[in-house]
Design a protein around this ligand. Sequence first.
Ligand code: FES
Ligand SMILES: [Fe+2]
Length: 361
Amino acid sequence: MSLSKPDRSRPQSPTTPPSPAVPSSPAVPPSAAPPPYPDGWFAIATSAELRPGRVLTRRLMGEDVVVYRTRSGRLRAVRPFCPHLGAHLGHGGLVRGEDIVCPFHHFAFGPEGECVRTGYGTPPPKARLGAVVSREVAGLVFVWWHARGEPPSWEVEALPAAEGFGPVRCIARTLVAHPQDFMENVIDTGHFTPIHRLAVRMVEEPRFEGPRMTSAYRLVRVGGKKNALFSSAPTLRATVQGLGVFIAETTVPAIGMEMRAWFCVVPLDPVRIEMRLALSARFAGVRHRGTARALAALVPGPLAWFSTFETNRDLPIWAHNTYLEHPRLAQGDGPITKYRRWARQFYSDWPGAARQARRPA
Ligand code: FES
Ligand SMILES: [Fe+2]
């Protein structure tokens, strides 16, 4: 798959010139400037990847972030470059106790980022690592990013604790897409039939509250082979938190299964995102406890892969689409306009968002 995307800032022209003999339909409206990186929480790793002493480098908005866990279990995320002479802590940096030690001259930095010693035994300079705000929620490591460097204004909420869910299985993939397009999929009910062969019946209309959007659907398979999973319609409760987190809670009555899937995306650069899917399941509808436990342990792995097959169907669209400031919507579309108005709160630095804000409701 090509990693290129059309230049969203350039006006798009219709693919077929209008025939002079036929009344022409309105041309495709020009694209707006594409949405930039959104502010919010982004999952850059799983908690399981970061055992005490581990140092990882992850990409976030075109820059590196170094994330590590101290020996006592404290999680820290920092900007990668050592304030001494600029070495990259993610390439050879080591955790020693509660400190991270730079590979170049062995200066050490404490959990608050301050330089606590040099490699020469001399007094440390007044210097500290650049901090990146991080949290651990539901077995995922989130970092906060804001275009203007402001501190977190909201938190990622975990789901209520529930017994019987098995271990979380996680997979990560790189996609060509923008987080706003990825999350728009959740309420773009018009694409479910042509792309996913599902008819969705809205059980709860989408609600937009602060940084969260929730809705619930009943899913009905359309065409194709008969599928036992859809013999009685599964329900999907969607919770979107910012433009980085979509939680799908799916109930499949046919097999007595409930699934919790966290689809988290993080922009790597202006074109690509990394999707991290963390999935767990329980089989409350299976009477035999041992069998329910075994299924909850075994099923999430294959189910995570299966879930990414559905995402695969969206990929060619995301890889080549453009952002239209004035989409020509029709009856049958989901609440795209409401969603986009809600989404603009995550752009503190996008003139396009201000333009949308001036539009009447
Ligand atoms: S560059 Fe890090 S200790 Fe010198
Ligand atoms: Fe989709």
